[in-house]
Design a protein around this ligand. Sequence first.
Ligand code: URA
Length: 486
Amino acid sequence: MQEVVLRGRGDFAEWRDAARALLMGEIEPDKVSWLCADRAGGGLFASAGSVLPSPRPGARPPTVPAPFVHLAEAVICHSDPGRFSLLYRLLWRLAGDRALLGMRTDVDVVAAHRLAKSVRRDCHKMTAFVRFKEMPLAPGEAGRRRFVAWFEPDHFIVARTAPFFQRRFTDMDWLIASPKGSASWDGATLRATDEGAEKPDLSDDTDDLWRTYYASIFNPARLKVKMMTTEMPKKYWKNLPEADLIPGLIASAEARVIEMAAQAPTMPPAFHHRLRREEEPAPVVAGETLEAVRQEANTCTLCPLHCKATQTVFGEGPERASVMLVGEQPGDEEDLAGRPFVGPAGRLLDGVLEETGIDRRALYLTNAVKHFKYEPRGKRRIHQRPNAGEVQKCRWWLTKEIDLVKPRMVVAMGATAVAALTGETGPLGDMRGERMLEDGRRLFVTVHPSYLLRLPDEDRRMQEMERFRQDFRAIAGRMAALSAAG
Ligand code: URA
């Protein structure tokens, strides 16, 4: 039997050199007995059996696939005494079967992955549970701040995990001590030793800070004890200052949840905005120009629609347009573009304007309501009709637009526009066509282009489209007459 004694404290090179010599000496795995120095009797490194065999004549150093090296580097950190023989068996078998590691049902492969996983988990826990304590500098001593931490890993992982702390805490000097090796950083050199250390007394005032922090982030309503102890296994608790709070926090969680529920804020009534004073103060506009009003409208909060809309969609067109077209409210595309009638309804309207010889650039286009009202449904935003209160609130802006543009004729497209302009709410069919408003302006009532887009019956849609065109032919005629009259 070939005996090999290793320190066995996570040093991959130590095992690799021995394994390479055994392989070149063609020593079969079951003829090797791997021992750890601290178990091998006679003290560290004490074993004549560590004399390794000479290579067989003509034997060449073995080559192994990179995944084996990565796996073995992790496995070697495990504290299982069987890891050396397991890895040597895998190495031996790999010489005859390079695809061995791909066989995820092979007993040795499975065992190696299980050990590597446990090592990785231990490394992860170390990155989460190391708590540094600052070591005060001696009076008169200058230099960088120094920190010390104590951690008790399951495996020999301190050297493997140390580069994480070097990257994370590069601007301070630190030492992480553990019974399975220590690591330190001084701003220039990362050192690791596999010598175990004695637990220092590191309790200080910062323990209370950890406790306060932990108690404040602990949410009793989200407590899942099983998950919590998986994430923060009990074996680590003894070195975590906050851990002594955990049993008490768990015990009082239920009572605290009941208390929190009793103190939960009550929601305002669903229609709280309607309960607000009816007499909203009118917006204050710096200057009586369309531009000043537009700027002010950008920050309008007169009704709740501004909360969900992307932006205010104010009217656009010449400041002295003779005809103003009023729609209902911006749609999805208008809300994103910040311009009225640029979506499907706008495109239909553009087509009819072109067919009836009206230049869109000569019109002032606006809406009764200046914010998009919708309900989210999946990724879509579904248009909602503005209610009477919202139309009423927004009338302030529409009136300002009419006062400043002074159109000779206003075209109301759809019932909402009619309601905003006249307060009337009857059937649109009864109001369709031209008439005079009290202020001497002409009002032309027609349907909204969205109505035409929604008509399911093709024949009906063609008929309604034709009526809509007729309306715009009449509007074009009125525009020509108005311009001739000067
Ligand atoms: N519908 C409207 O009433 N106005 C627009 O700007 C777009 C669609």
